[in-house]
Design a protein around this ligand. Structure first.
Ligand code: ADP
Ligand code: UVW
Ligand code: MG
Length: 441
């Protein structure tokens, strides 16, 4: 069976989806989903679930992995072994593997992976220290272990190429910034593309007439202002550190803070490798900050639970998150001139935490935001990709729609791949796959 494998390397997890599909397929069929989480805090957790033609899940397995599976590449090998010995999937032929690569620099669209594109992505590793290196390790594993497959990289950054110059630019020397590629790139773009597509369809509007403020709130959290289908600003910048705090990330701080926090700020961190050079300061702000550093846990559900039980530090961590979120909401509301079709929550926290959505929306009442508290509490029970949680009955002013969208980066990459003639057609007797496989060797 020909299939496309979609690989999403997060900072501490891998999410994988396998689709039965072909060129120009209008509805790729999901065959299975798998995930390996907790990679940075072993034991890692492995899930593997088949999906049938009616979209019903079965053969669900979930287990803890041995402690020696503590990096992306060993976790991926574990998945591939499971897949190759799956009795329900004999004669599987993975024709394409699509990879989420967080930092794509100036790449405007997806790229087939060859020696030169891999080298270019490797050169961006320092700008996404938690992400590009793990993603590249999976690219190399795929080249080794799925050697017949065409590898294509999809970038979080591409969606944000439309951000106007002023919002892209830091107030620094333009010559130096240009030379070193220092500008605001923005991330979570694959997720925002999926959210935009689903929300436009839900609202029955063309994508290029849909304007939303979308919140992707997971271990890494960001917000995007999307005007008429195009990103006009987002909270992450040169790297995924800027903007909102996250599980282990500080988010926006005064740039000189690190020199007061530690005298060793500019030293190279012990985690630096041949491929990645990360300073002590970057390590602290990326890996030893966020709610893990405030509360001891990376799990935001636990932060909220302890806050409800009276833990003041957890309550403060949640309030800091809400404070930064509403700051961006106000800014983006103005940037969109108040023309907002919907506010959309997504990502692990945005999709699953009705408490967080309520805390944020209470602070947005001045914008006309009113939640339907029952719909908000029950959103997770609904299987639809988009669920409305705003009140329909607002008498005093026009209400703003508030939606929850179950984002799916793996699906978005496959959706883009099957439409892209470059990856399926022959030119001069060779497919791009033949050419790239020769080059990648
Ligand atoms: N019910 C919940 N309430 C609050 N937070 C939750 C809940 N379920 C999951 N989360 C949070 O979602 C995060 C994972 O989000 P996700 O978008 O899947 O992460 P990643 O950034 O790793 O892709 C976890 O760190 C956890 O804190
Ligand atoms: C860009 C980013 O932070 O991604 P994730 O949320 O998957 O860690
Ligand atoms: Mg993610």
């Amino acid at each position: 069976m020909p299939a496309v494998l979609s690989v999403n390397a997060g900072s501490s997890s891998i999410k994988l989806s396998l689709y039965d599909t072909h060129y120009n397929d209008k509805s790729p069929t999901l065959i299975l989903e798998s995930s390996i989480s907790n990679l940075t805090a072993p034991p890692a957790k492995f899930t593997y679930t088949h999906t049938d033609k009616n979209n019903t899940k079965h053969n669900i397995s979930s287990k803890e992995l041995p402690n020696d599976i503590a990096d992306h590449s060993s976790a991926f090998s574990h998945f591939l072994h499971h897949l190759s010995t799956d009795p329900d999937l004999p004669n599987l032929n993975i024709t394409h593997t699509v990879h989420r690569v967080v930092h794509g620099g100036n790449f405007p669209t997806s790229q087939p992976l060859s020696k030169s594109t891999i080298a270019e992505i490797t050169s961006l590793t320092d700008l996404a220290p938690l992400h590009n290196s793990p993603a590249l390790s999976l690219v190399h594993s795929t080249l080794d272990q799925l050697s017949e497959s065409l590898n294509v990289a999809y970038f979080d950054t591409s969606f944000h190429a439309t951000i106007p110059k002023a919002a892209q630019t830091y107030a620094l020397s333009p010559d130096l910034a240009e030379k070193k590629g220092i500008r605001r790139y923005g991330f979570h773009g694959i997720s925002y593309a999926y959210i935009l597509r689903r929300v436009a369809s839900y609202l029955s509007k063309p994508i290029d007439a849909t304007s939303i403020i979308a919140l992707h709130l997971g271990s890494g959290a960001s917000i995007a202002a999307i005007k008429d289908g195009k990103s006009i600003d987002t909270s992450m910048g040169l790297t995924p550190l800027e903007g909102l705090p996250g599980a282990t990330r500080s988010g926006l701080v005064d740039p000189s803070l690190v020199f007061h926090y530690t005298s060793k700020a500019s030293n190279l961190s012990r985690e630096s490798t041949k491929e990645m050079h990360i300073s002590k300061a970057e390590m602290i702000l990326n890996k030893e900050a966020g709610w893990k550093s405030m509360t001891g846990t990376t799990n935001f559900r636990e932060v909220l639970k302890r806050a409800a039980e009276g833990d003041e530090t957890c309550a403060l961590a949640a309030e800091v998150f809400v404070d930064r979120i509403v700051g961006f909401m106000g800014s983006y509301w103005v940037k969109l001139g108040g023309e907002v079709d919907a506010i959309v929550f997504s990502g692990g926290i945005g999709e699953k935490s009705d408490e967080l959505r309520l805390m944020v929306c209470e602070k947005l009442a001045c914008l006309g935001v009113r939640l339907d508290e029952r719909a908000n509490r029950r959103a997770a029970e609904n299987d639809n990709a988009v669920v409305a949680i705003s009140s329909e009955r607002v008498s005093d002013r026009e209400s703003v729609k508030v939606l929850v969208c179950r984002t799916d980066e793996q699906h978005e990459m496959v959706w883009e791949c099957v439409k892209d003639e470059r990856y399926w057609k022959e030119v001069g007797g060779k497919t791009v796959k033949d050419v790239k496989m020769e080059e990648a060797k």
